[in-house]
Design a protein around this ligand. Sequence first.
Ligand code: HAM
Length: 419
Amino acid sequence: MHDILPEHATAWRHLEEVARRVVTAYGYRQIRLPIVEKSELFARSIGEVTDIVEKEMYTFADRNGDLLSLRPEGTAGCVRAGIEHGFLHNQLHRLWYVGPMFRHERPQKGRYRQFHQLGVEAYGMAGPDIDVEVILLSARLWRELGLRDIRLEINSLGSPETRIHYREALTAYLRQHKDALDEDSRRRLESNPLRVLDSKDAGTRAVLGDAPKLLDALDEASRQHFDLLCGLLDDNGVAYEINPRLVRGLDYYSHTVFEWITDDLGAQGTICAGGRYDGLIPQLGGRPTPACGFAMGLERLLALLEAQQLLPAEEAPDVYCLSLGDGARATATKLMEAVREAVPTLRVLTHCGDGNLKAQLKRADKLGARVAVILGEDELRDGTVALKSLRDDEPQRLVAQTELVTNLLALCAKESLDS
Ligand code: HAM
């Protein structure tokens, strides 16, 4: 679990702001959900025999003895809220959320125990057009952030019925090759055989080469959904790879699943993942409602922005106000309040505490301020202030205190044009 220090806050805000703009442009509305839910919600949705539920949840009994968990993801809580507030059945919704998620995983680069996701969930739309919409939305976000070299992998898990048949065929095949499987896969063979498909073990992967393929087992309707999805992606110029082994680590998916992956971050290269989960709402007690969505890992996106040198510089103050002597300091405080009142978007710092002019100027420079406002004994007496641009060699000049706001705005505007 990491602290996000002030020097990183600008980058976080940049990412969140661009993402907020993009989801809003597609008509998604924000939903804010609790961080703690009943543990059984996650067992019933993500799945009893998934890594997340088996070994990664932060679970505790509260004072009533209810078993609660810190949310490991946002989809389950979103569906729980939808059922509770009755906004899912026979309605269309496009929602988004952002916030911390918790998984007790083995920490490594790109994998944390508290991490942040921004996710979207769309309800009430059964066709591949909404699957494509959420993919296009994410692709637009990569473009707006300037990110490159992210590939899209897609697959179809078919309908639940398809999967029952496929599961039997896969299990029968894998049992014949049990000795060649790694230990984890042997265990999953009986509990969750589809997860064997994304094993990283070389021996298991060799066995999987000849395993029956889920895509070959799709029923007619699932096949059609997938073909339409691929066609719509082609129409919109979105490049993708079909990865028949893409199965996802959460059990609620059916039909479309997808992941956006980069090779720039090492092993934890999936920056965004999701798909369709039509079965989840009835499974949690709601009436059948089609659903699809995705979540992206903000830490991974920030690491990628950094790797591709796309992070904005930390925001510096526009104005740093220096003063010498008690009288000047009191006037400086009042003048800067008036500046903030007149231009609320300007970042204005007043020097507090001791220090001669040189020390104060050094501090203004260190913070990267654009303009210094200087108020000494002479200025105090004459009702003026000295203005000094800190990013060019323009000579310092005196202006009347009553003209300060106008002059500051002109200076900052010129600075913006120059930079
Ligand atoms: P997920 O694949 O478990 O899906 O997580 C989505 C993304 O969250 C991952 O691709 C990754 O970028 C990020 N992430 C996951 N675990 C960690 C971690 N320990 N540290 C850092 N980042 C991590 C879901 O959570 C689904 N709820 C997505 C979804 C929404 N499907 C439909 N709607």
